[in-house]
Design a protein around this ligand. Sequence first.
Ligand SMILES: [Zn+2]
Length: 388
Amino acid sequence: MSFELVCTECGAHHDASRYRIGCDTCGGLLNVEYDAPASVDGRTVAGATGFARYLPMLPVQDVANLVTMGEGDTPLISLPGAGVAIGVKHLYGKLEMCNPTGSFKDRGNAVQVSVLKETGVTRAADIAGGNAGHSFAAYCARAGIKFVGFSYRGGYTLDGPDNRKVQAIVQTGAEMHWVEGDRQACQEAMSRFCEDTGTLNMVYGRNAYFIEGNKTMAYEIASQMDPLPDHIIVPVGNGSTFQGLWLGFKEMLEDGRVQRMPRLHGVQSEAFQPLVHAFNRGDRKASTGAADTVAIGIKIAEPPRLQALVNASRDSGGQPVAVTDTAIIAWQRRLSELEGIFVEPTSATVLAAAETLKQRGVIDEADRVLVSLTGSGFKEPIPESAGM
Ligand SMILES: [Zn+2]
């Protein structure tokens, strides 16, 4: 299907033959817009498997350019023990940790890197050191694209070569640069490098193609759960999975494939809760004053698409919620104890949030609740504060 990139600020249309991060006219964020919505009948490619079957709804023109490692099709299972502990009868988990590099990021990167390949990009740089960087490096390796990662001291809980996600990135043959200073210094160093070498600066979190890949989670949920969940709870850092879910359900509502949108609840940590603040008070204050969080995957003070996250929360009837590190660490352990599932602290936020939303009366005992278990526990040590 043909598509264009449309600016969310000035409305300018740009052709998609060249890889674009922002608007040429005003620098604004871009969204993908298709020339016509896929019909219900043409929604999937008959006989295809994995992401190839979703091509009619994705911004990839030629299936030959699809860079895939079998991402998606993750299990959706019942969590009865955790449900009893929280006080809900129907609790389910979508095991996004079962994606090839151990996190949901593979959905976004399968599409993002396919578009890089389709538009002829051979070198790409981004800030890296977490699940997103690991996943991007892996898909670049598979596509034969050179990846250059930038990181800075203080950017991640475990800095430097002992960080397992960094080790996995280096194993792909990626080039890692360590920058002295803060995130701003790191971005400036990366910008200079990209200008000097002709490397594409990915500016993670601004990218429209990544969100398109995350739509596939909504399509899968619609095929795996009947009736649909009443609530879906996901961690929100930049919010790409949250936006992908909203976009996917919106597309299915428009073509009549589903009859309602689940309520989408974004979870943040007490230390970094820009969505909660923007939703509740309309301000952009990032922090309540807490120094740090164990949920390093959502340690984002200023998500570029914050307004879109507020809009998706309101549109779906969602209630953004912040949870404490104490609750996150407790639920990381309890999920292992009650269900045998080992997730990273960022993923455990969704269970702490389900508990909070039940206590507040947002979730009723009889509701169907789905939590996204976004990342495996294997890539991070247990937080020191858990007393291990
Ligand atoms: Zn613009």
